[in-house]
Design a protein around this ligand. Structure first.
Ligand code: S3P
Length: 462
């Protein structure tokens, strides 16, 4: 096996000879040890900033994610009338002081609101704006302009907002004319989506009456927890078949709170897989959210045989009581499992790196009902299948199902990230175990959710 030794770097920021694109080259280190500094949770960071905009007065947000997506949201709340001051940065995290006139006194933005690459920003801001009497245009990068927006535009129109956009109002740029009072809605989401649920709940703050969102399986519940922590009554009910309903009585105002953002379990996932599949690894991950709606990656890896120790922290994190734990992952032989559509929904952002885990496991892993992955920052089914196949894994895609047969040693190859942060980090982790050199082409998108990831990858080389 071709383990790098001595001074040979794990990560090289070279240009790959076959292409003019920037790339990094990853070589397998003999051992992995360390304590990577995780980013603040991206989902919670977005919501913390948006709820601080709606709350009159001062909100202090500590240890937020400092990736490009969260920066897009910070710039948008400033364009809508809040002061969002970066008061400290450390270890790839940032503290904000947000001073806002409150949701009833927002400023109409004088320019297009740029959501960058962030689907969460686009959809949650659309929901927030629906119930405010302003005109605003939301736009984003080429990837975001291709992502489906009808899923938020339609319910927001049904609540009384005007939402126009490209392709009959289904794609960015979206032009939104909000109303100070909306009509409450009873909505069933077509696909499990925390972004759609959250957009409707943010609009429901301005509705006259009870809005209900029903989802086939429960998605991440940060918006519900964070609204409650800010004085808004949110009711939840789970039916016998797992169907989940959330109700909010509008109109409601959001109080200003101070909050500390936990470490991002979706960022932790790369280290959980790296530590599991590398033959000599022990990595510690501090203060990770183990919220039941976010921890699926831990439980799925354990089902595959991973050795993940979980040390729960006594005090829950943040104003909204997220459960937290320190995690320790050690090398372990992994075996194949079957993932149901509900598993896919629960681990939606971790499926790419779980596919890598499957490529390193014995047996055939079957992932059913992964269609939503085609609507992320890139078509992640195609991207992960191509990248893993280039590395020598046996991958079969049948519609929205993926089959990965592990057991053969991966070999270094050129992988294409399609400018998708989760693919960039997945292929870099693959390079930790693949024989020879793995070239990750166009890796810069890692900074969307995890600035400093590649430097940390170099740092965990023992
Ligand atoms: C998110 C919800 C998920 C997830 C995304 C963040 C959120 O998207 O993929 O990275 O913060 O609500 P969907 O709601 O589209 O599934």
């Amino acid at each position: 096996m071709a383990a790098a030794t001595g001074a040979s770097p794990v990560v090289d920021r070279t240009r790959d000879p076959g292409s003019a694109e920037a790339s990094i080259t990853v070589r397998p280190p003999a051992r992995l040890r360390g304590r990577p500094a995780l980013p603040g949770d991206k989902s919670i960071s977005h919501r913390s900033l948006l709820l601080a905009l709606l709350a009159e007065g001062e909100s202090r947000i500590s240890a937020a994610g400092d990736g490009e997506d969260v920066r897009s949201t910070a710039a948008i709340i400033a364009a809508l009338g809040a002061r969002a001051e970066r008061t400290a940065t450390a270890g790839g995290r940032v503290d904000y002081l947000v001073v806002s006139p409150g949701g009833d006194a927002l400023t109409e933005p004088d320019a297009v609101l740029d959501c960058g690459n962030a689907g969460t920003t686009a959809r949650l801001v659309a929901g927030l704006l629906a119930g405010r009497p302003l005109f605003a245009i939301l736009d984003g990068d080429a990837s975001l302009r291709g992502r489906p927006m009808a899923r938020v535009a339609e319910p927001l129109r049904a609540m009384g907002a005007e939402v126009a956009g490209r392709r009959a109002g289904t794609l960015l740029p979206l032009a939104i004319t909000g109303r100070a009072r909306l009509v409450p809605l009873d909505h069933r989401t077509a696909v499990p989506s925390a972004q759609v649920k959250s957009a409707i709940l943010l609009a429901a703050l301005a509705a006259d009456g009870t809005t209900t969102v029903t989802e086939a399986v429960a998605t991440r519940d940060h918006t519900e927890r964070m609204l409650r922590a800010r004085g808004v009554a949110v009711r939840e009910d789970t039916g016998a078949g797992g169907e989940h309903a959330i109700a909010l009585d509008g109109p409601a105002t959001v109080a200003a709170v101070d909050e500390t953002v936990p470490a991002d379990p979706s960022g932790a996932a790369f280290w959980l897989v790296a530590g599991s599949i590398h033959p000599d690894a022990e990595l510690r991950l501090d203060g990770v959210s183990t919220n039941p709606t976010r921890r699926a990656v831990i439980d799925l890896l354990r089902r595959m045989g991973a050795d993940i120790e979980e040390q729960p922290l006594a005090a829950p994190g943040g104003a909204d009581g997220e459960p937290l734990a320190d995690l320790v992952v050690r090398s372990a032989p992994l075996r194949a499992i079957d993932l149901s559509p509900a598993d896919v929904a629960a681990a939606i952002d971790e499926i790419p790196v779980l596919c890598l885990a499957a490529a390193a496991a014995t047996g055939t892993t079957r992932i059913r009902g992964a269609g939503e992955l085609r609507h992320k920052e890139s078509d992640r089914i195609a991207g992960i299948a191509d990248g893993l196949a280039a590395l020598g894994a046996r991958v079969r895609v049948d519609g929205d199902d993926i089959e990965i047969t592990g057991g053969t040693r991966l070999r270094g190859a050129v992988t294409d990230t399609h400018d998708d942060h989760r693919l960039a980090m997945t292929f870099a982790v693959a390079g930790l175990i693949a024989e020879g050199e793995t070239i990750v082409r166009r890796p810069a998108s890692a900074a969307i959710s995890y600035p400093g990831f590649f430097a940390q990858l170099e740092g965990v080389r023992a």
